[in-house]
Design a protein around this ligand. Sequence first.
Ligand code: GKR
Ligand code: MG
Length: 430
Amino acid sequence: MRVRETVREAVVTPVAFPDPPLLNSAGVHQPWALRAVIELRCGDGLVGLGETYGDSAHLRLLRAVAPALTGLDPFDTHGLLRRVRAVLGDDTDTPDRHGLTGGSSPQKTTLRVLSPFEVACLDLQGQLIGRPVTDLLGGKVRGEVPYSAYLFHKWAAHPGADAGEEAYGEDPYGEALDPDGIVAQAKRMTDTYGFRSIKLKGGVLPPDREVETIRALRAAFPDHPLRLDPNAAWTVETSRRVAAETEGLLEYLEDPTPGIDGMAEVARGAPMALATNMVVVSPDDIPRGFAERSVGVVLADHHYWGGLRRTAELAGICRTFGIGVSMHSNSHLGISLAAMTHLGGALPELSYAADTHTPWQYGVDVLTEPLPITDGSVAVPDRPGLGISLDPDALARLHENYLRCGIRDRDDTAYMRRFDPSYRKRRPRW
Ligand code: GKR
Ligand code: MG
């Protein structure tokens, strides 16, 4: 056993992969989604992997931290945090340029930068002692982690000439701009992956139309728990009305309205739990968010909660306060899916199927063998570490995409305005 390894080099590689035109309350996804792949390289080809956002401000911070990690003992994750803090200082704050994950703060920025390096350290620890990451998080409480079908209103194709479809051929899901389109999308996605829960990204059509879609989904899928997430597109009043109209239809309603206070007002009369990945998004938000009873479910996301161990801590805090735990996602690749799966495998508190954007990546990945979704779940790997391997050719291809695509930040609103100059981001809109 080589338990005395140290990091020789931390490598940050920005990548881009084709993303279909998925609509949300901020606009529409650009043709390329950005991520950064982290490799913590030790001796003898031993590599720990992490994955995070690829927008320019975040990338700058990752690249500033990387050289400071030479010599790090991968078991010393407190030392990792000290090194990250020494580089960032106490007041570095970069905004959310990767998609609807709420406000920013220096604390959240530090945890967001820490996260992929912590995941890579856990991957290394697991490989060094021959145990899967789940074992480093307290052991497996479930062998398979359930994920939900993640439905989006979408266009049939990107209108611009710079679309990324050449990488995956014709988009098999086509257009979905009404209840029938969404039900057809749900059927295809559940048939392909066996998902047993369904989430609809809302905040795109007027709320009554989205309620109609929820009813159509309920009729087509009588046994699947349903969720609706308009990403703060509604006023308190609209949220209250929609909550009343969807009584008995939703397992939770996600971020109907902006802010802790607004969410608390809606939560007071709502017949279902409210969930969030927009108002309780860092440790500083917990005391007020929970005291105001603004949410009943936190969508944990290790990418901004500081890695897998801190996200497990968050779940423990949620348990103490009687708050449920689900998992949030943004467009991501297989390293993130593996990290989420190890975390989900070790979290007793995970009370809902986790979100994933995986189906929208149409199989494009940086791994030799991405973890498959079968019967709506991903089996927790028993192999050491994360149990995955980087495909160097795929990484080079996706890095080449990044260099060529010209996109350096996610901006769903600006991209939408190219096709509809009158479009404005308004939260709330209805
Ligand atoms: O991919 O458009 C999207 C989502 O809307 C994403 O940006 C959100 O962060 O999935 C997310 C959510 O649950 O709010
Ligand atoms: Mg959400």
